[in-house]
Design a protein around this ligand. Structure first.
Ligand SMILES: NC(=O)c1ccc[n+]([C@@H]2O[C@H](COP(=O)([O-])OP(=O)(O)OC[C@H]3O[C@@H](n4cnc5c(N)ncnc54)[C@H](O)[C@@H]3O)[C@@H](O)[C@H]2O)c1
Length: 292
């Protein structure tokens, strides 16, 4: 452990919490994952270990660095254990009341200068920050999925975010190996404003029979240079998550291009949520690689 290591608490041990915990441990931070039950917490810690093992096997990290990063990750179901956190990254359900409630509880546990980062995709950072007595410390940090592989984080201040918190957030994200773009506290920030309608168009093209999932994915990777096509990506994100994000943007922005196509609802009804259930657009033997 380096002398400069901070303590980062990650709230939520799901898809994003597991990925963000990996980023933090690999980025030299002491990392504590918090969730409501032990099984979820253990799942996230196992995910971090699994990711580091895979990185080691691929030669992307050395044995000592992997062992050190693994030793930095712990988990808890007790909020009081987060008392020493320098930064709290919240990645719980996309539910305003749940997120606000957590900030309120943490106000009484952590130091007044602890940074509060929310990974919300569609909610207002300002509204989430209102759950804290110190909204100046709250910053929106929107990681891309899968968080350990995607370098970019969108940073959005709430109405009352303090300049010190904004600057400290940019410095912190750079320290853990992320690149940042600063955007506004608006639904979908930059990326989901065009990514969601684009993914919906790809699903519409599939439903209209313009191509198969394979040919549409191949067209996108071959012509646009994306590392993966829309259907591989949607399977990682999760069809349920896509539906929720798309619906929230549709409700707020009232533009039909954000509305999830009916095929998404049929897939959800069938339990075909993507990699995490073993079947989405494609089928998977390994449901754990990027799944919750
Ligand atoms: N999945 C994505 O592609 C993606 C990308 C960027 C941002 N996000 C955002 O990240 C957040 C998490 O999304 P996810 O996909 O990881 O969800 P997820 O459902 O995989 O995980 C959410 C976790 O939060 C936990 N949780 C719920 N209430 C809690 C509470 N009160 N205290 C502690 N833990 C609690 C759940 O038990 C679960 O483990 C959401 O705000 C989402 O909008 C998701």
């Amino acid at each position: 452990m380096t002398d400069t290591a901070r303590t980062v608490a990650v709230l939520g041990a799901g898809t994003m919490g597991s990925g963000i915990a990996t980023v933090m441990a690999r980025g030299g931070q002491r990392t504590i994952v918090y969730d409501l039950d032990d099984v979820r917490v253990k799942g996230a810690v196992d995910y971090v270990h699994g990711f580091l093992d895979k990185s080691l096997a691929l030669g992307k990290i050395g044995a000592d660095a992997a062992a050190l990063a693994k030793s930095r990750v712990t988990g808890t179901t007790d909020l009081a254990d987060l008392a020493g956190a320098d930064v709290v990254v919240e990645a719980v359900f996309e539910d305003l009341a749940v997120k606000k409630d957590l900030w309120g509880q943490l106000d009484d546990i952590v130091d007044e200068r602890t940074l509060f980062h929310t990974n919300t995709s569609t909610l207002s950072v300002t509204a989430i920050a209102a759950g804290s007595k110190h909204p100046g410390r709250v910053v929106g940090t929107h990681y891309c999925n899968p968080a350990p592989l995607m370098k970019l984080v969108e940073v959005a201040d709430g109405r009352h975010t303090a300049d010190w918190a904004h600057q400290a957030t940019l410095a912190f994200l750079s320290e853990v190996g992320k690149t940042t773009v600063v955007t506004k506290d608006r639904p979908g920030f930059i990326l989901n404003r065009f990514l969601i309608p684009w993914e919906n168009s790809c699903i519409d093209a599939l439903e209209a029979g313009l191509g198969t999932k394979e040919t549409i994915d191949a067209a996108v990777t071959g012509a646009l240079g994306h590392p993966m096509g829309p259907f591989r990506l949607l399977d990682i994100v999760g069809l349920d998550v896509h539906w929720q994000v798309a619906m929230r943007l549709y409700e707020q922005l009232r533009e039909p291009r954000f509305a999830p196509p009916p095929m998404v609802e049929r897939m959800i009804a069938a339990g075909d949520l993507g990699r995490k259930t073993g079947r989405g657009f494609y089928t998977y033997d390994d449901t754990t690689l990027f799944g919750a």
